[in-house]
Each structure stands twice: as C-alpha cells, then as structure tokens.
Write a protein of this length. Structure first.
Length: 404
C-alpha cells in the first residue's frame, strides 16, 4: 500500500510554477489516498522561481528592484539574500531576462539582452554580498552574457570604437572589449553559476542551434547567432585572457551563453543540481517515500540531459524508490527517460487541446492525470497481491478453473 509520497516537480513554463505543480499533484494523490503522507518538494533548476525557493529554504528574503528587461524596457524584478552565514545572494537570470518576459511578437534572440542580469549582480554587490549564486535557466536571450558584462562596466566596441547595441546579433561586429571600467568588486566576490553542464556555447550542439528556435529564431538567424557567439568567445578569450574553453566548456552555453560571459569574469560554472538541490535535503526526503512523483512541461530526448525529472529519478534509484513522471507533452525520445530511472511516464493532456487551453488549465490537467495514474497503480498492486481474484473479476465469469 502506497502511503508516503514525495512530490518533486519542476515548473511548467508559462503555465505552472514548481510550487503550483506540486500542489496540483498533491490534490490528485489525495483523491486516491486521502490519508497520504505527502512531502512537497518543488524543485528549481536555476530558472524561474529559484531565488524565491532558495530564500524560503534558508530563511532569507527577496530584494525587489527595477532593472533592464530582455527587450530593453525597465521592469520590476528581484534577487535574493539567503539566510546563511556566508553572505550569499542569488541572482535568478529568468527574473530579469527570462523567456516569459519577452512578448511573443518580440521574440528575437538576436536582439534580447542580459543587461539586467549584470544590474542584479551589481545590486547584490551593493548589499555587501560575499558570494553570488547565478541561476541559469528559462532564458529569453542568446547574447553570450554580453549585456551582463556591459552592465558591469565592460565596453564592447566595433572597429570604429563605437559601443555595440544590445543583443547577440551585434556581436559579429565586435572588434575589442575594453575592461578598464569593470566593477572592481567582482575581483573580491565568489561567483558561482548553477547551470546545465550539457549546454555548450558553440558547435552543432551549441546554444544557438539547440535553443535558438525555441526563442523565436528563424533558421537563418540561428546560423547568424552561432557565428556571432563563436566570434564572441574568441574575443572574450583574447581580451580577458581566459584560459578555459569558452566554446565547448561545460555549461558555457547556459542561458543563451550567459555561462560563457560570466566564466570570462572568473565565475565557476557548476552543475546546477549539485548547487541547488543539496540545500533542500532532497536525497533524505526521497528515501522516505513509497512513490516519487516528478513532472515537467515536456519529456523528450533532452530530459536525460540535465532536466529535473532525470535528476530526481537518478537520486530516487539510489534508494530503490519507484518514480512516476508526468509531463505536459511527450516529445521525440521521451522513452529514453526509462533508462535514467523513470518507471512510468505519461502526458497530462486528456485529449488534443490548443496551446492556450493547455497552459491555462495546466493545474487541472495535472491533478486529473495524477489521479488516473495512481488508480492504475492501485489496480496493478491489487492484481499482484491477489492474482486469482483479479483474473476472475476480469474474465467476467465465476469459474475458478479458467484461471491458470
């Protein structure tokens, strides 16, 4: 009998926060197991909700402010000051340069900027933070972190000595980087970037080619951005005297290449789950569960490459716990999740619906899908525990001799 549930989803982009997804799943569980012991573990991957989740987990607080959004307009945003003894600030890039902040009719990753990320880092420095954790994920940009460097005092100049405008497309005109105006406090703070280690800046698996289309880039724009980011990496390496590989290094493609830009400033690029999840006591909480339920917006061939359900499944299997994964959509290669520890998976959609309806009713669909899945699990459990009785009921006859 399943009585203890660990519910550990990520958010569903543009539909549900991780907290809302966890609550929706819990409601579905209670429909089937009213007295269930439920441990809600909404998970963040560096994207939307990271600052708030880590502030809550540590007894810290959010600091509201206004900064430059991805399209260049001033927007309300925030960063977090954690309640630790290390003076840690959390800058969530999605809170100031996320895809959800880019109107659909303005989605051009060659023009959007991470300038606001640099402004949040400066604001964190103003508080006296000794460590800055930058969460990467859910970005609406592909400028290689160029905007963030500009906000921190670097000047990106063309061959005529003119400052480049916002956006990754302009980087093809970059001639040199003037670092004389960089904020000197950067040399005194420890900066860690929580990123997906599978994301690299350049090449066939580079960020422009993998994620550019999702952010609105046409095939022509994708190739232009790929060339621009390769040039950006070369100039960064030369002018900032970088000794690591900014093109293919682990995590350099995080958040449209923000990882590469911050690495050039001396930031450490670290696997996001090593940085984020250990603060939540995840392993111990998964070990106590009879069933682990995880979820995200889409399960596909990218899920095993550093997505939340993959990490949850990996950790749950270390403790021999079964894992159910639910998703808004099942894409190409979704079956690969079974190789990483997911025992069963399914889509939450009950029928073909429009994108608008799917996003608007995400919580309802997730609750209903959880209920359906658990009722199936209960049926399977009964059949395993009482195979003779189950077979008789299923056959529609009372003749025991028909059961083998």
């Amino acid at each position: 009998m399943l009585t203890r549930f660990a519910i550990a989803p990520s958010g569903f982009k543009e539909s549900l926060s991780a907290e809302s997804a966890a609550e929706a799943i819990a409601e579905g569980v209670r429909r089937v197991v009213p007295d269930a012991e439920i441990d809600l573990i909404p998970l963040v991957d560096g994207g939307e909700g990271t600052a708030q989740a880590l502030a809550a987990a540590s007894g810290g607080r959010l600091v509201p402010l206004r900064a430059t959004g991805p399209t260049g307009d001033r927007i309300g945003t925030h960063f977090a000051l954690l309640g630790d003894s290390e003076g840690t600030a959390v800058v969530e890039m999605a809170a100031v340069a996320g895809l959800s902040l880019v109107p659909r009719d303005l989605r051009d990753p060659g023009a959007t900027t991470t300038y606001g990320v640099g402004e949040l880092i400066r604001a964190a420095l103003d508080t006296g933070a000794r460590r800055i954790l930058v969460g990467c994920g859910d970005s609406g940009t592909s400028d290689g972190g160029a905007g963030a460097l500009q906000a921190l005092g670097a000047r990106l100049l063309d061959a005529d000595g003119r400052e480049l405008p916002y956006g990754g497309s302009a980087l093809t005109r970059l001639d040199r980087i003037d670092t004389s105006g960089l904020d000197p406090r950067l040399a005194e703070v420890e900066m860690r970037v929580a990123c997906n280690p599978y994301n690299v800046l350049c090449g066939e698996r580079g960020v422009a080619r993998v994620f550019g289309p999702q952010k609105g880039a046409t095939p022509e724009q994708v190739e232009h951005l790929a060339a621009a980011l390769e040039h950006w990496a070369a100039v960064l390496t030369r002018d900032l005297k970088v000794r690591t590989d900014l093109c293919h290094g682990v995590g350099t493609g995080a958040s449209g290449g923000l990882g590469a830009g911050l690495a050039a400033l001396g930031a450490r690029l670290l696997p996001r789950f090593d940085v984020l999840l250990d603060r939540l006591g995840l392993d111990e909480r998964l070990a106590r569960a009879d069933l682990v339920v995880t979820a995200e917006g889409a399960l596909d061939h990218q899920t095993p490459r550093g997505k939340v359900p993959a990490e949850v499944a990996r950790r749950a299997k270390l403790h021999g716990r079964p894992v159910l994964a639910l998703a808004g959509t099942l894409g190409e290669g979704a079956h690969q999740v079974r190789s990483i520890g997911v025992d069963a998976y399914g889509s939450i959609l009950p029928a073909p619906v429009s994108l608008t309806e799917a996003l608007g009713r995400g919580g309802e669909f997730l609750t209903d899908a959880t209920e359906r899945a658990l009722r199936m699990i209960q049926l399977g459990t009964r059949m395993t525990e009482h195979p003779r009785q189950a077979a008789v009921v299923g056959s529609g006859t009372q003749r025991p001799s028909s059961v083998r």
